[in-house]
Ligand binder design. Structure first.
Ligand code: NOJ
Ligand code: CA
Length: 696
């Protein structure tokens, strides 16, 4: 309406009236503009990022809430609708007007207790639009938009209001219409194997229903990552392509009917789009963390980044078993062997899987019902814990729940207290079951089969993390819900799996291809730390059947390329002690960083990351490539000027190749400064790891 009036007035001007009349006409137009705010149709407000490059426009078109995004005046997201379908009321869709527009901004630098960078800048402009239905129920909700220099986020906020007190969301209808054609990297959502798929690369217009983060490189070279931040008491958002380049949110299902049920007031998670001119910028963007709430736990100095070893790979390669019997892995004797090894080589943690009753028979999916306080008879938990204390090593607890949450939650308190009493300050949890097979007890006492990333499981994971925090215990969840940056609020949620990990190289069919880890850096790892468990030295672990499709040198580079505050040296002690020279890099590499630089990289092809140790002046570098060899050169200007560093270089040796010649590795040292440059010669499926040791 507003636009129509303006157009009519200006057409009078074009018809050639005199200047005086034209002025009057202009004034009248201005007057009308002022009178008609807030308008009832086509109200559009604009928000720009601090540097002005990224622009969000949002409001309503014909009564339908919408938004669009551009960067440097080029469309990134075309007009995309916002709204909800409700289970017990008409949908929240059309007939809305913008009742109020509030603006705010933020500019702070906050400190991570541990992380890939110590200081994080959080600089944004904010705009909140309050939408209200004009007719009928007059329901209202707001959308809070934030524009950062590295992308945008927005969330829905449901206020306290009569008539929409218990909000039963049948489906969220948030659209993402990608303006340009492009290439996408994604894994399918809604399939049985949760997040454990190989990343696919397709044109955007061929993407099906996928998990986030989804990464896109547009035709003009822009890099986008679609994800969410602060997934709390809500169902995870999948993205479903409807047509062309139009995606719509698809919430993970609930066995209860509506996908989300919440009492107002509440906010949804943030819907996020990271936007970068290059692939590297996605990795160094902290937008997801910035959209999470600050640390809610207070002093978390008890959360210790660390490296660990454990009774783990030997089960995956069938050398021993989780279950009881003659080949049981978690025996007192074997545990002491690993503790000795950890103490000898300076590892803080020793993970012990298969120690507790419940692994015999069909444990997958929670059939056997694990006992989280009862050890197998050949595993003396008290004695092993005492031995670990003696050797100054920490046991890492293990709770494989097989996604039988109904069996786990009643035992949680006792299980955490047992570990806390024994000095165990981190636990690996596990939820092995097919998607949709998590057993969760509802408020009505009925146990239902839920999805690993639905509202029920988002509640469960946070419940465990909060209860563990009370005992000063850190959590590393496998087969988890995806990471949405909650480590900022709950820094004891240190890592998780949530993708195909190293374990697939023991028994996967196929195993992880050479491009897999490079794909992870630009997809899964954008959501947060991953417990990938690098460091396999015996690359044909199962006598000719399965093979780890990397060179040995690449296994070292993964410790820098794949960020996690906990990193496992996953192979067997004997394989390390037979290869002490390359093992030295694993012993030296830290897990807590002052800062991170991405020196080069292309999604799915290669990447080089440099990180500065938080507890020394040393820098570390990891470069990895896919199946193609690469010759790259990196400048070392990140090093402190005028300082000399001894570079300990671990690189692929002559003719190294992931397929049939993975072992050649050259280990050499040379002195460098910030003015030096370093050639990186990566073999097919190869990598290079460097420690820059600061000299006095
Ligand atoms: C799957 C986990 O990813 C793996 O690390 C663990 O060993 C097994 N479940 C058993 O809990
Ligand atoms: Ca797994």
């Amino acid at each position: 309406m507003l636009r129509m009036r303006t157009r009519l007035l200006f057409s009078g001007f074009e018809a050639g009236q005199g200047w005086f009349q034209a002025c009057l006409t202009g004034l009248a137009a201005l007057f009308l503009l002022m009178l008609s705010a807030p308008a009832t149709a086509d109200t559009i407000s604009e928000l720009r990022s601090p540097n002005g490059q990224i622009k969000i426009e949002a409001g309503e078109l014909g009564g339908r809430p919408f938004y669009r995004v551009s960067r440097a005046d080029k469309p990134v997201i075309a007009n995309s609708r916002l709204g909800f379908m409700l289970a017990d009321q008409p949908k929240l869709d059309g007939g809305f007007a913008v009742m109020a527009t509030e603006r705010a901004s933020g500019n702070e630098t906050w400190e991570q207790p541990w992380g890939e960078a110590r200081y994080i800048k959080n600089h944004y402009q904010e705009m909140t639009l309050q939408f209200r239905e004009g007719e009928g129920r007059k329901r209202t909700y707001s959308v809070r938009f934030r524009a950062f220099d590295d992308g945008i986020g927005f969330r829905y906020e449901f206020p306290d209001q009569a008539g929409l007190q218990t909000v039963q969301i049948a489906e969220e209808k948030t659209e993402f219409v990608i303006a340009e054609p492009g290439t996408a990297w994604w894994i399918p959502a809604g399939e049985w194997n949760r997040y454990e798929y190989l990343y696919q690369r397709t044109p955007v217009k061929e993407v099906p229903q996928v998990h986030t983060p989804m990464t896109i490189r547009t035709a003009s070279g822009l890099h986008l990552s679609f994800h969410e931040a602060a997934l709390v008491d809500y169902s995870a958002m999948w993205l479903r392509r409807v047509e062309g380049q139009r995606f719509v949110s698809q919430l993970s299902p609930s066995a209860n009917g509506p996908k989300v049920v919440r009492e107002a007031p509440f906010n949804t998670p943030w819907r996020t789009i990271q936007i970068s001119p290059d692939a590297a910028g996605l990795v160094t963007s902290h937008l997801i963390l910035n959209l999470n709430e600050p640390n809610a736990l207070g002093d978390v100095s008890w959360v210790k980044p660390h490296k660990y070893v454990g009774i783990w790979w030997e089960m995956h390669i069938n050398k021993s078993t989780w279950g009881s019997g003659p080949t049981h892995g978690a025996t007192t004797v074997n545990a002491k062997r690993y503790i000795d090894f950890a103490a000898r080589h300076g590892f803080r943690g020793v993970l012990i899987e298969g120690w507790n009753v419940g692994w015999d028979g069909n444990w997958f999916g929670g059939e056997s019902g694990f006992d989280f306080t009862k050890a197998y008879p050949d595993f003396d938990l008290e004695a092993v814990a005492a031995y670990a204390r003696l050797k100054n090593v920490r046991l890492i607890g293990h709770h494989e729940t097989a996604a039988n949450v109904a069996n786990y939650e009643p035992q949680l308190d006792a299980a955490l207290k047992l570990y806390a009493r024994l000095g165990v300050d981190s636990i690996k949890t596990g939820y092995v079951a097919d998607a949709g097979g998590a057993r969760v007890q509802g408020a009505d006492g009925v146990v239902r089969h839920e999805w690993h990333d639905g509202q029920a499981m988002s509640r469960h994971h946070l419940h465990v993390v909060k209860e563990a925090a009370r005992q000063k215990i850190a959590i590393n969840a496998h087969e988890p819900i995806k990471d949405t940056g909650l480590r900022r609020t709950y820094p004891n949620w240190v890592a998780r799996e949530g993708a195909r990990g190293q374990e697939y190289n023991a028994w996967g069919s196929p195993t992880n291809p050479p491009e897999h880890e490079v794909n992870l850096v630009f997809t899964r790892l954008l959501s947060g730390p991953m417990d990938y468990t690098p460091g396999i030295f015996q690359l044909k672990p199962t006598l000719g059947q399965n093979q780890v499709l990397t060179t040995l040198s690449k296994q070292l580079a993964l410790y820098v390329a794949l960020y996690s505050p906990i990193q496992m040296a996953a192979d067997l002690p004997e394989h390390y002690e037979a290869n002490m020279a390359p093992f030295q890099f694993i012993k030296d590499v830290p897990t807590d960083w002052e800062e991170t630089r991405v020196l080069n990289g292309e999604v799915g092809d290669y990447v080089t990351i440099a990180r500065k140790d938080r507890n020394s002046q040393d820098w570390f570098l990891g470069a990895i490539t896919d199946e193609n060899p690469r010759n790259l050169t990196v400048g070392l200007s990140f090093l402190t000027p005028a300082k000399t560093y001894r570079a300990h270089i671990y690189r692929d040796g002559p003719k190294a190749h992931f397929k049939d010649n993975p072992y050649p590795i050259v280990i050499e040292t040379r002195n460098v400064t910030s003015r030096s440059s370093l050639p990186l010669a990566l073999a097919p499926g190869g990598g290079q790891a460097v420690r820059f040791e600061a000299m006095e």
